[in-house]
Design a protein. Sequence first.
Length: 262
Amino acid sequence: MGIVKFILDWLKHFAYEVQRLFFFALKMLASLVGRPIYPAETMEQMYLNGIGSLFLVILTGLSAGQGMALEFSNELAEFGSKHYLGRIMVLAIVRELGPVLTGIMVASRVAAGITAEIGSMKASNQLDALTAFGIDPIRKLAAPRLISLVVMVPILTIICDVIAIFGGWLVAIFIAHITSTTYWTAVREKLIFGNMFIGLLKPFVYAFIIGFISCYKGFTSEGGTKGVGRATTESVMLSSITILISNFVITKFISGYLKGYL
């Protein structure tokens, strides 16, 4: 009975948290409309979340692209089909690995920072001070961060895709001994509407996931500095898990609707 009670209590808590997150997300979306707007804060967050994550995304994309190209080329060589390397790289990188890696890297770096910053402001009563001065904390703090993520995560994903495919080209030239013409011709054959649509839809979804969860955890953190640390850990964990789950859902359903274009 103790285990059953624990599971039921956990499910109730989970449903309650999902409900709170849903209504908080609606408030964040509503804060994007109307005035006042905070362009300076939005540009600052674009720089911090986008440019600040650029090196991490480039390094991740290059390493992942080279590793995947090396493994794929070894397997394709057994069937005499190394000239398909470019096609497989596009499918793996543009549709799956690029968006997921970028989303998780940004979640690991940005979600932790957003939650810690907002949570620290709550612990030091700065959020109450903003409210006392007639400033909506969600519009002031959450909206600029959400806008910056929606803009920068897709851009970072495109950069990650390009770097990863370029890393695959290096492996194709110097290790797999595939000509540049063969590799890039195969790449262009798979850079079609369906693949690029899925590859750009996912980062938009991931941006909202990271923004909603990280801001929610910051605004709802409790227990002082210890609570902020716990909320930061939960923010990164929940963002990463939700990204992985949503990746499967998007791939499953969107691929079905766009089957004729893939």
